[in-house]
Design a protein around this ligand. Sequence first.
Ligand code: SAH
Ligand code: SF4
Ligand code: F3S
Length: 438
Amino acid sequence: MKSFYLETFGCQMNVHDSEKVIGTLLERGYRQTEDAGEASLVLYNTCSIRDKAEQKVFNKLQQHKRHGKEQVIGVLGCVAQQEGEKIFERAPYVSLVVGSASYTKLPELLVQIEQGNRRVTGLSLDTDETFDTPLTRRDNPYRAFLTIIEGCDKNCAYCVVPFTRGPERSRAAQGVLDEVKQLAAAGYTEIMLLGQNVNSYLDPSPRGWNFARLLREVGQVEGIRRVRFTTSHPRDFTKEIIDAIDDVPALCNHVHLPVQSGSSKVLEAMQRQYTREQYLERIGWMKNARRKISITTDIIVGFPGETEADFQETVRLLDEVEYDGLFSFKYSQRPNTPALRFDDHVPEEEKGRRLLQLLEHQRTILVRNNAGYVGETEQVHTEHFNAATGQWVGKTTQHKTVNFTHPQGPEAAIEGRYLDVLVTRSGVASLAGEAIVM
Ligand code: SAH
Ligand code: SF4
Ligand code: F3S
């Protein structure tokens, strides 16, 4: 019997694409295996966002040299799109290279592979399609990922995504709503809407809903208790989105709004299309909302031309916004991107120093923010029991992790349930508490 092994790198979009690819393969009679050595088809769904991510993929591929058995090796995702047929030269034992914009063609490409074709590619970015499939095999039974927009039209100077995922394509709102209703009927209560820039969502049907409208509609589907979305681009982030969160209870109190830098000069060089002041205006909308919205962000340190003074503006921004979470990265040079041509590169060592300083600074903010929840009762969507700590683990609407005890301990069988938890302690990365059981 045909079997496949699939390993996924990168962002939630990739994780969800893999769920769709798995469904497509199962439909074609493949069986999934956790053992790469045993599989007849080995797939890597890859990420190219930073150089390290790309290196990881080639290291993986290198391991297959030793196998030498009858096995088809395929590269999917962002490295596939970026490197294309060059992958065949760097890793001659690879026979399938497919970018995410060609996944609708996967069934045909698989037929070519099954017929023994040893160099099969799907690399066209020339598409207005999105990869929608009823075959998706979701990994989590309570929280479902759902793509609403693919690709990106933003062209930030450092970023490969416009090259690896192609132009923006929105999925029809009716299709999205139908899928959300099916998910609710199947017992899902939490939906995560996905896109590289969900804020520029535009329903291609004559109805022409924007993102805020779609969000309201998804949030009102019966049975759906939580709706999250990622990622937001500040330029396209509207006050309407915050109004929707204020009005519709199922929309979560959390916005991930990547800023990348606190310096308007660096933002301009990055081609982010907003200033520090415009970004802070959006933060102001959230701070003035009726609901307590948690805010998280992404920051790149050491972009070409970033001076110590620019960097200190980013540090001060952390204090101003008081973020609830921070993902920070050292700038990494990427193929095809405009920033490759910039000079004035920041030395690696200096990038490392800035990254550490940023994280250290954020730590203090997190300790303070999290302490504010002690004594509060939070509704927690339970995920799993952690045997090592003897506690259950779940998330609040603000996307805070809560570790909590339950009188029935591991026997409580509360996976996927929403419980009220009294927060009794807080730390840097999480809260701790006790389930309130009536
Ligand atoms: N579409 C999302 C981000 C996708 S990539 C957005 O616009 O925010 C996730 C994060 O990786 C980015 O927010 C950025 O902080 C980081 N990143 C992207 N390219 C990078 C690069 N060349 N070097 C370092 N970090 C990078
Ligand atoms: Fe990359 Fe910018 Fe598009 Fe985000 S908005 S995916 S950072 S180009
Ligand atoms: Fe990586 Fe591609 Fe996502 S580059 S971050 S997998 S869009």
